[in-house]
Design a protein around this ligand. Sequence first.
Ligand code: MEV
Length: 323
Amino acid sequence: GVPATTAEQPSVDHRACGHGKIILLGEHAVVYGSHAVAAPVPLAVRAVAQDTKSGGVDMFIPRWGVEYRLHRDPAHRDSFQRSLGIIFDELQLTDRSMRIEVFPNVPRAMGLGGSAAMAVAVIRALDQHYKLGLNDEEINALAFRCEEVAHGSASGIDNTVATYGKPLLYKRAGKKGEQPMVRELHLPKRIPLVIGISGKESLTAVTVGKVRTAWQRNPALYDGIFQQIDALTLQGVDAMQQYDLERLGDLMNICHGLLNALRVSSWEVEELVQIAREHGALGAKLTGGGGGGSIVALCPQNREKVVAAIRDAGYQAMEVEIG
Ligand code: MEV
């Protein structure tokens, strides 16, 4: 390869991406074996790998002001390096001399799957650059290892959507080593949504940890909530396939109530949900890890009104369609 010091004009071959996502129904409960429905959003993380003569693995994420040399010894890596570091160890590239530049178009820590998308993008960039011949299954499995490090009990749903970029129904494996259940969802028509972004960063590791602590104190009570989320998620799949958006909206609202019961909502998230409902959304709920982050609202009509109202309140909003 040609040594280079800048990745400003990467060749298309060396670009690779991982998809951002929303969870429509079932987050958190999915960690405990319930079903969840997720879909990609038109936001992606891209990465590009180039050879250098620098003598190490240099990681650049200009938009986040992140720049570091990967520590060869995993024991010396900080939490940020640890997750992506697994990729280089596993692919036996830790001793190479390279520059990885990442272009994250998924906002960080907003419940939109940024960390999984980043892992997938980096793996794909390395796969292309070093012609490793990884298939999607291998890419997904490696991204899952990164997610496990990023937040201990990851269900694997984020990396799966980041890899495949398709709407899907997901259920994690019963035991370690077993395969999760992944079913692609084919919808009769695309579903119109609004994503509201609170701007309040929240780490999935933290909210997943809070739910775990609460569950440990009263497993029977929390298992009951997870079962209700499981049941409404499966009803939601049916509603999506029938294109019964009224019913889907109801289920999203109830799901949000149960997530609130799990205490993974926040002041900002509640405000966003209220704004969306008041301006005509059929359903609105937090999406992803919660504790801040983003909401998703079902808006077959009034989409512009909901977006405008969210923006007027000082938050970011975008229209997306899934299916
Ligand atoms: C995060 O996008 C979804 C959670 O259910 C965590 C996970 O499934 O790994 C909160």
